[in-house]
Design a protein around this ligand. Sequence first.
Ligand code: UDP
Ligand code: MG
Length: 302
Amino acid sequence: MKITVVSPVYNECEVLPYLFDALPKVLAKLSDNYEIILVNDGSTDGSDQVIRQRAELDSRIKLVSFSRNFGQQAAITAGLDCASGDIIVVMDCDMQDPPEMLAPMLDKIHEGYDVVSCRRTGRDGESIFKRWSSTAFYQVMRLGIDKRIPAEVGDFRMYTRRAADALCAFREQHRFMRGVVAWLGLKEAILPFHRPARAAGQTKYPVSKLIKLAWTAISSSSPVPLKASSYLGATLGDYVGRVFEESKHRPLYVVSEVCNVDQSPDQPRALWLDATDGTSPIRIEPRVYGPIALPSSPRKVG
Ligand code: UDP
Ligand code: MG
C-alpha cells in the first residue's frame, strides 16, 4: 500500500525543515512505500531550493513547482494529479496539520471510509479575528450555501484512490476542495484534533486572501448569491419604478361626488371633480393638484 502526501508550499523555507524531520518518520511507520509531493506555489523565498536539495537525497520527496502563485487550491489539485499512491493525504506544510494524525486517519480508511477529514476543535497561535472569521465562514456556508460542508474542517484529509480520482475529475477554475468533497457525497469519517500553531513563519493568508477564498467557496458551491443579487436587482427595479411614478406627480385620489361635505380639504395632490348636480358632465382637470372649490350648494343626503 503506497501512501502519497500532497502539501502546498508558499514561502515556507523556515518551516520545511520541521516537516522533513517529522513526516518521513511517521510515514515510515505506516508504510514502506510512500511519496511526499510538495507543490511549490510560486514561492519567492527559495522554498523550491530547500525542497530540491532534499529531493536529491531522497527520491520519495518530489517537487512540482508552479511558474507563479496560483493559490493553495490549485497547488492541492496539482499534487493530486501527480499522486500515485493508493492512499492520498492532503496537508499543510507548516505542521499545523500534525503528522501524528495520519495513523488514526489510516485506521478509518481501513474501516471502509473513502474520505477521512480532521475537525479543528481548538486552535493555537491564531488571531481572534481569524478564529472569529473562520467560525462565521463555516456558519454562513452551512446555513446559506451548503449544509453538507462540515464545520471547522479544512483541507487536512486522507482519501482512497477512488476518492482522489473523483476529485481529479473536477477541473473548474475557481475551485474549493471542501465544497467538491461535500458535493461528491463519499463516505466520510471526521476525526477531531487540536490545531497547533505553525512551526515557524507567518500565515500566508492575509485578510484579502481569506476574503477571496471565502468568496470562491461561496460562489463555486452555490448559485444562492447570484439568485440573491437578481432578487436584489428586482427590488431595486421596484424602487426605481416607484420614483418614476412619483415623478408624474399624479393626484393621490380623485373625488367625483360628495354628500354633506361643504368644502374640499385644502390638501395638495387631490383632484376634486366638479360635481354640481350629477347632470353636468364630469370635468376632469388632471393637472390641477390643489383643491377645487365645490359648488356653493352641495347635495344633501336624504
Ligand atoms: N499556501 C499555498 N499558496 C498560497 C497560500 C498558502 O500553497 O497562496 C500553502 C501554505 O504554504 C500552507 C497552506 O497553504 O502549506 C496553508 O497556508 P497557511 O498556513 O498560511 O494558512 P493558515 O493555516 O494560516 O490558514
Ligand atoms: Mg497554517
